[in-house]
Design a protein around this ligand. Structure first.
Ligand code: V47
Ligand code: SF4
Length: 371
């Protein structure tokens, strides 16, 4: 790998790119300007090789996946973010709310299949009270104490704090006592105030998102971080977003994985076009290179598509997420990926990428290696 990078460096006529590459090889931290330079570079092969070089130092040839299920208990949402085709008003014919029995049935199916994780997030319905969120967590964990519950985004936690007049700490502590194990990374979008005003003016802002995650880390609840890219943001705003996440990770070390989410425009009020594969791969690579304090970068197959996600495993990513079963959020916005994948399919995707498939749990502990 180093030999290939050396050849690519020799062929590159770009002195600044070569300087940054040498910095990466010496394991030095990149500045925001350098991350931006990599983003703007046309030398996708070199940027990708550098990211993969760093990834292999951290994860060897392992590529992770998990047997999990996404459950979205409701799509009713007061916020109506312009990039989202999932959240609808309560009066919308597409609006739904799951009963507790339905949620438990889905958890049970996953549990019987050997599933390790339930990833549960939804819209923000104005008529749900605080106890409802706590009860959903408690009921799932009372019935299935072994399943790991990664539930409610920072946006939902912020909302719970608002309606219950409790602090983030109190809400997270009560959820933890009810059985919550981890927080997913959703709701981050892009932290820039300019962008948030356009795409998501009403929900928790950057400071609130980061404060929820900081508090969760302090309480020993691990969390994930995301970035929704490819809509109205600039490359500078993407790097600024990653900087705020890297800074918090320096402070707490509580993030497990960074997940770039490619924007899908269909059926959204914001509209726009899909990201290119080059942009997707560069975003994976730059996040691997810039976020030197993250062990894991997820190539989320739902937004990237199976093929780009598979290639991303050679551009710095080491995780595909999981079997998922029934993804609804990005499917509402037109993704052409499957709703879920079998273990066999994920194992094959990873093997064909030249990597070793490793089934993991939510905390990246190894469950099974598929040699
Ligand atoms: O916050 C909404 C995104 C997120 C669209 O933590 C869209 O392991 C693309 O965060 N096009 C929720 N994306 C999903 C999420 C997630 C997914 C997988 C794993 C984890 C994890 C977290 O979905 C939202 C938003 O950023 N989203 N609309 C759209 N039109
Ligand atoms: Fe609601 Fe989340 Fe969709 Fe925004 S992104 S409308 S908060 S479901």
């Amino acid at each position: 790998m180093e030999l290939v990078i050396e050849d690519l460096l020799k062929m590159s006529g770009d002195k600044e790119l070569v300087r940054i590459a040498e910095k990466v090889l010496e394991e030095k931290r990149l500045t925001e300007e350098e991350a931006l330079y990599l983003y703007r570079s046309d030398d996708l092969a070199l940027v990708g090789h550098l990211a993969e070089f760093v990834n292999r130092k951290k994860n060897g040839m392992n590529a992770y996946f998990i047997i999990n299920r996404q459950i979205n208990p409701t799509n009713v949402c007061v916020y109506q973010c312009d990039f989202c085709a999932f959240g609808v008003k309560r009066s919308d014919p597409k609006a739904y709310e799951m009963e507790m029995d339905e949620i438990l049935k889905k958890v049970e199916e996953t549990y019987r299949m050997g599933g390790k994780e339930i990833h549960m997030v939804g819209g923000i319905p104005a008529h749900w009270d605080y106890d409802k969120y706590i009860n959903i967590v408690k009921t799932i964990k009372d019935h299935f104490p072994d399943i790991v519950l990664k539930a409610w985004t920072a946006v939902e936690i912020h909302h719970m704090a608002k309606i219950s007049k409790k602090s983030y700490r109190e809400v997270l502590q009560e959820l933890k006592e009810a059985g919550l194990d981890a927080l997913p990374g959703g709701g981050a979008e892009i932290f820039s105030e300019r962008v948030r005003k356009i795409i998501a003016p009403y929900k928790a802002n950057a400071e609130e998102y980061l404060e929820v995650h900081r508090t969760a880390h302090e309480l020993g609840i691990p969390t994930n971080a995301t970035m929704l890219y490819g809509h109205v943001e600039t490359l500078e705003e993407r790097v600024e977003h990653m900087k705020r996440i890297r800074d918090l990770q320096d402070e707490t070390g509580g993030f497990q994985v960074f997940i770039p989410l490619a924007y899908w425009p269909e059926g959204t009020r914001l509209g726009g076009t899909r990201t290119s594969s080059v942009d997707d791969l560069k975003t994976i690579a730059v996040s691997r290179l810039y976020l030197d304090n993250f062990d894991h970068i997820k190539a989320y197959w739902v937004t990237l598509g199976e093929k780009v996600a598979q290639v991303a495993l050679n551009f710095g990513a080491d995780d595909l997420d999981g079997t998922i079963e029934e993804e609804k959020i990005v499917h509402s916005a037109g993704t052409t990926s499957a709703y879920g994948h079998s273990v066999e399919r994920l194992v094959k995707l990873i093997k064909k990428a030249g990597k070793i498939p490793v089934e993991r749990d939510t905390f990246y502990r190894v469950v099974r290696v598929y040699q």
